[in-house]
Write a protein that binds this ligand. Structure first.
Ligand code: ATP
Ligand code: MG
Length: 722
């Protein structure tokens, strides 16, 4: 490939960066200005024009997806497979280094990586062995402490806990945790980076080898690097490597996780003589979207400051939808997507972005109802999430004590001293006597096989389940859900754990109460009982699984995971005070700027059309709140905006029927004929025998081959003619 074609499709500033003489460089530019494109073209340039070996290049980015895309883009430009070239995430590359030099890194060859859950389990064991109370030392807090120290490059020997007993204990936990990891050959995520950094510091010959090798280092999304990542790059670069970093201070959104936007300034000091290139033309978004985003971010103080422009047409205005409530919002979003799809648009071109994971539930439900495939990017569907399964486990046991899977799931969650040995006795009794685990437990208690602490613990658990069952028998479904989450100790367990993940789990648990509250019994399941019906509903939703990667599917994700991506159509949902900016950011004033940057990231993902929506009242996290639109909406000048108010047809009573097929589309009869063959998703095949009612009350009687005759509400039954 010749030089000119490498520079094709680049503007003048981009060419300057791509074709710059070998030296260090900072590309500082706003969203959608082609930073990632410049970085990939630079890699190709180094190989093809500067004749540098792919072996001498190291490129780092933030997520596996971005790394895979970068590799793909480079391969496309260069036209060959880049095989073992070092393109990856910080963790991926550091891991590769440790595998190659396990001896120098003081690791056994067979060392294993443990994820965050494994780490937590290990910490729990250590706390127990130290006789430390989990309430006083929540495992997640210990985990946060250890990872935080590692991210700063600190080993126990570097830390002075002074005369503070809590700090001393945490330090001791860190020490013992590390010793047991070392003994077992286990490495956690933070450890990967720390060890890779120590490898540089402790083994000069290894460092020298890689310094000799990697003459070119390129880093994308640099604004979100933390201290240890920066240090790793800096040491590796030494005095001679050419380092190209690209980033945008306005998109720094991981401050709360230790990322240091100051690294951008530090770079200029640490790599004197590096050029700064600014890109100002945006190629992603229409002028309306771009200008609105610029105006929004201008409200932040302390910016490095840049102005983006585009040649693109103004495009459609940003649509702001004021929803009546969260269901109306979901219905609106899904309706717009269905319209787009009906006109031939791909579902995969649409993304719904939200601030917190718990918000996905209502959207998922609306998508399922409409039959649109969706994928949750970087996360699980609502009913598949651990904490939801925990809570549902208790509800399932209340519904049916003999549900063994539920029994196994919650018998020792939260921990109540029922160890593996006790469980093994219960299991084998159940097996031998052909009983359920509950029945086996009763038998073991009666026969006094279990004694002492084990007996007390199992007894306590059974009392808890029976007590909840009795006390909730007259309750509404949502009070029951709330009671279960509270009395089981699940809420307290996750609340004690601190940290972002735990907080999101508490939000999800509370959101389960909302789910129960808005659950409406499908008439055809009426004789099932509400709890039972709700449990089946949850199991069905969880069971559908994610759309696989070959299916055209709407993408759902948090605003954080949307970084670096772009979509023709973007919906930002739940843009309300207290949700976005989040309540926590509002309480801690200095986090507001980071929330605004997150809003900027969200808006600038959109290429053609951006929808922003908020609800006047919202049931979320188990509460019902009246919310006002986010201040961020107010910061977008009205010239770029078109406000969509609620339509008259979307009146309160209409909404109470929960994502029903819109009234107008329901004919005043069922749309089926007597004698017609139909199919129901649950009851299978049948023949229509009668009708009654009109509009959304239209009902149809079907005689099912396997289930006999049933009256079904047409609007809910999703009958198909066949
Ligand atoms: P972000 O800050 O969101 O990571 P970015 O600065 O990395 O954005 P890119 O993703 O590289 O931006 O580019 C945004 C879009 O603009 C991409 O679709 C890219 O292909 C396109 N693009 C970049 N430069 C040009 C150009 N000179 N001509 C045409 N399209 C371009
Ligand atoms: Mg990018």
């Amino acid at each position: 490939m010749d030089v000119s074609s490498l520079l094709d499709g680049l503007n003048e500033m981009q060419r300057e960066a791509v074709g710059a003489p070998l030296s260090s460089m900072l590309v500082l530019a706003g969203a959608g200005s082609g930073k990632t494109r410049v970085l990939t073209h630079r890699i190709a340039w180094l190989m093809q024009v500067e004749q540098q070996s792919p072996y001498s290049i190291l490129a780092v980015t933030f997520t596996n997806k971005a790394a895979a895309e970068m590799r793909e883009r480079v391969e496309k430009v260069v036209g060959t497979n880049m095989g073992r070239m070092w393109i990856g995430t910080f963790h991926g590359l550091a891991h590769r280094l440790l595998r190659t030099h396990y001896q120098d890194a003081n690791l056994p060859q067979s060392f294993q990586i443990i994820d965050s859950d494994d780490q937590l389990r290990l910490l729990k064991r250590i706390l127990k062995s130290l006789n430390l109370d989990e309430k006083q030392y929540p495992p997640r807090q210990c985990q946060g402490y250890i990872n935080g120290k590692k991210d700063q490059g600190l080993r126990p020997k570097h830390i002075d806990a002074g005369n503070f007993p809590i700090e001393q204990n945490l330090l001791n936990i860190y020490k013992i945790y590390q010793e047991s990891c070392d003994r077992a050959g286990l490495v956690d995520f933070a450890e990967i980076l720390l060890r890779a950094h120590e490898l540089w510091l402790n083994k000069p010959h290894v460092l020298a080898h890689y310094q000799e090798r990697f003459k070119h280092i390129l880093v994308d999304e640099f604004q979100d690097t933390n201290a240890i990542q920066y240090a790793w790059i800096r040491v590796l670069a030494g005095k001679s490597a050419n380092v190209m970093i690209v980033g945008d201070d306005d998109q720094s959104i991981y401050g709360w996780r230790g990322a240091q936007v100051e690294n951008l300034h530090r770079f200029l000091t640490d790599f004197p003589g590096s050029n700064t290139v600014r890109l100002e033309q945006n190629y992603r978004s229409t002028a309306n979207i771009l200008n609105a985003s610029n105006e929004l971010i201008a409200n932040n103080p302390e910016r490095l400051g840049k102005k983006l422009w585009t040649e693109d047409k103004a495009g459609e205005p940003i649509a702001i939808y004021c929803a009546f409530n969260e269901m109306d919002e979901a219905r609106f979003i899904v309706g717009k997507m269905a319209e787009w799809h009906a006109k031939g648009g791909n579902l995969a071109d649409c993304a719904i972005l939200y601030r917190s994971n718990a918000q996905s539930r209502v959207l998922e439900e609306a998508l399922l109802h409409k039959g649109l495939a969706y994928r949750i990017y970087g996360g699980l569907r609502f009913f598949e999430r651990q904490e939801i399964k925990d809570a549902m486990g208790y509800m399932r046991l209340i519904n049916n004590k003999d549900d063994d899977a539920a029994f196994e799931r919650v018998v020792n969650t939260p921990t109540r001293g029922i160890g593996n040995r006790t469980l093994e006795i219960i299991r084998s009794t159940a097996r031998q006597q052909e009983m359920t685990m509950w029945q086996a437990s009763v038998r073991l208690m009666e026969e006094k096989v279990l004694t002492g602490r084990a007996a007390n613990a199992v007894n306590g658990f059974m009392d808890l389940v029976i007590g909840m069952r009795t006390d909730t028998s007259d309750m509404s479904l949502y009070s029951m859900a709330d009671t279960v989450i509270q009395r089981s100790g699940l809420r307290a367990m996750y609340e004690a754990e601190k940290g972002e993940k735990a907080q999101s789990r508490v939000e999800n648990l509370n959101e389960l109460v909302t789910a129960a509250r808005s659950f409406e019994m499908p008439e055809e399941l009426e004789d099932m009982g509400e709890l039972n019906a709700f449990l089946s509903h949850a199991a069905l939703e969880a069971g559908e699984g994610q759309a696989d990667k070959f299916t055209d599917a709407v993408q759902l994700m948090t605003l954080h995971s949307a970084k670096g991506l772009e979509f023709p159509v973007v919906f930002m949902a739940g843009v309300e005070e207290g949700i976005f900016p989040s309540k926590m950011a509002l309480d801690e004033g200095d986090r507001l700027d980071e929330e605004r940057r997150l809003c900027y990231v969200g808006m600038t993902r959109a290429m053609q059309k951006l929808y922003i929506s908020y609800a006047e009242s919202r049931r979320i996290y188990g509460r019902e709140d009246y919310a006002s639109p986010s201040r961020f909406i107010g910061e977008i000048p009205s010239e770029y905006v078109e406000e969509i108010r609620m339509k008259a047809s979307v009146s309160a009573p209409a909404m109470s029927s929960r994502f029903n097929v819109p009234r107008q589309s329901i004919a005043n009869d069922s749309g089926f004929k007597v004698g017609q063959k139909v199919k129901h998703f649950k009851f299978g095949q049948g023949i229509v025998t009668d009708f009654e009612g009109t509009a959304d009350k239209a009902r149809v009687q079907v005689n099912f081959t396997d289930f006999g005759s049933k009256w079904l509400l047409v609007s809910l039954a999703k009958l198909e003619a066949c």
